[in-house]
Design a protein around this ligand. Sequence first.
Ligand code: ZN
Length: 338
Amino acid sequence: MQQYEGTILSGESFDPIQGRVIVEDGRIESIERTETTSSDIILPTFVNAHTHLGDSVAKEAAVGLSLEEAVAPPDSLKHRRLRGADRKELVTAMRRSLRFMEQTGTAACLDFRESGVEGARALREASQELDIDPFIFGSEESSVLDVADGFGASGANDDDFTRQRAAALEAGVPFAIHAGEPDATDIHPAIELDPDLLIHMVHAEQDHLERVADRSIPVAVCPRANTVLDVGKPPIRELVDHTTVGLGTDNVMLNSPSMFREMAYTAKEFDVTAREVLRMATTAGADIVGLDCGVIEPGRRGAFTILDGASDNLAGVVDPVRAVVRRATERDVKRVVV
Ligand SMILES: [Zn+2]
C-alpha cells in the first residue's frame, strides 16, 4: 500500500481536499480527509488528446509556414522530413518526446501516426519501457489496425476514408479524423463518416455543433498549434457546451508536448474556467478512448502528478486548481506516479 499526502484535486470536479490518497495494487483505494503539513498538490495525470510524435524529427522547422506548406500530406515539409529520417533517428526522437511527456505528468497521448504499419510499429518501439502509453491512431491502409489502436484520417477532403472507417468499425476500434482546421468545408463530410473523435474544429459553426452534440462526438482542440499555423481560434466555449472536449498539443514540430503550456494558453485566451481546462487536459482524453486514468477517485488507476506547492513558483497559491492550470510549469513537478 502507498499513500500520498497533500491537496488532492479529486473527482471529476477537482474539488481540492486536504488529506491522503491510498493506493493498493496500482488502484486508488480511498481518499481520506485529514490534516496534513504537506504542501504538495496532487492532480490526475494528463492525457494529451492529440499529438503527432513523428515530427519530433523536425522541431521548429515549420514555424512561419502555412498549414499547407507545414503539415498537409503528401509533400509538406513535415512529410519530406519524415521520409528523409532514418528509422533509428525517428524512433529515438519519438522516444525523447515521450520521455519529456512522461516526466512532466502525461500518462497517455492520442497520437496520429503517419507512415502506415511501419509508422505504428516505430511508435510502439519508441514507447517500450516507458511509463507513458501512446494510443496509436494509425494511417494509410486498414491493415494498420493489426498494429495500431485505432485509425486516424488526415481529413475528409484529402481522400476517401470509407474503407478505413468500415475496417475500424469491424475491428471495434475508434476512427478519428481532422476536421475544420483551415476552413469549414471538410466538417460535414467528416461527420458523415460517423467518427469517434474529431480533431480541431476551428471553423465549427452552429449546425456542426448541433450535429456533434446529437451524435455525442468528442472533439480534440489544439489551440497553440492553431495559433502557430495561423488558422484561427477554435470556439472552445461553444464546443465545451456541446460535447466532450480534450486538449492536445498537436505536432511536436510546432510546439513542445507540454500540457502545462497548453493549459495556461487555453485558460488565458478562451472563455473557459480553470476547472474546464483541467478536465480537458485529463479526464476528457481518458474518456475519449476509454482509459482508466485522468480522475482521482476510488477504483481508478493510481495515476497522478505531484507538484511541489512550496516551490518558488507555487508558494502561497490561493486557488490550487487555477494555479495548476495557469501558473504551474514542468519545474514544479516533484513526482509522477503511474
Ligand atoms: Zn493532427
